[in-house]
Design a protein around this ligand. Sequence first.
Ligand code: ADP
Ligand code: MG
Length: 274
Amino acid sequence: MSTLSIKKLRADIDGKPILKGVDLELKSGEIHALMGPNGSGKSTLANVIMGNPRYTVTGGSIKLDGKDILALPVHERARLGLFLAFQYPVEIPGLGMAKFLRRAAETRLPEGEHLNVSDFLKGARESMDFLSFDRAFLNRALNDGFSGGEKKRAEILQLLTLKPRFAIFDETDSGLDIDALKVVAAGIEKMRGPDFGALIITHYRRILDYAVPSIVHVMYQGRIVLSGGGEIVKSLEEKGYDWVKDLVGDPGDDTEAGPPARTPKPAGREALHA
Ligand code: ADP
Ligand code: MG
């Protein structure tokens, strides 16, 4: 079992503090949801976990199985099994999708091991069939001219190909029609198991009906201010984020302490559908 442990994490972008003490523990076997108003720092958290150099960590720690990963560059974090599905996947003309997937899979292999190309292609094609993603996309350039839904399918194809230990989905569901949404959720569910943990960043209950989280967190002004079960999603849907604001008060700006996050209650599939 693996643990991704984030403690008192603080991060800036261009000198502006965004994360103001984030605590979050994600274990393999668990799927967590992260919600919160626009600008609260969800994408920043995702990027900082992955190691995007645009953000400066100013305090706290991120540990994977006890090992501090903050000093590691992105590709080494990826090799350790971290994965981020982008909110806005980048188009890369000239980089063929098959080649990209293959190289990415190769770099995840232990030193000295080689990829069996025909097995790899077979697996990729099977995943594409599972995602209702036309195999012809393997011959296209990565995300180049893809529709929104195709880009998100491509993200999930990378997920299924790379089989990370921990994956973060940054609004992978936003802007998808219901069929694409189900496919994305099915991809996440396919990975669910004792060796996989996920953090699903979303604004909507829809995806959480298909990829059901055990814990739901709410981020507000750079902190996780509330954690619990599916009842949180329901309350947000009914009352909006003003409810969170009223509940936690204004966390203010940059104080070290901030309001304590509510204790997570054990919650399962039932809680979300309660
Ligand atoms: P969320 O994903 O919750 O909507 P973000 O993490 O994207 O929030 O943004 C948090 C804050 O950081 C916002 O105020 C946003 O304007 C700011 N921010 C994010 N990225 C940048 C950037 N590249 N340059 C300047 N400010 C940024
Ligand atoms: Mg975002």
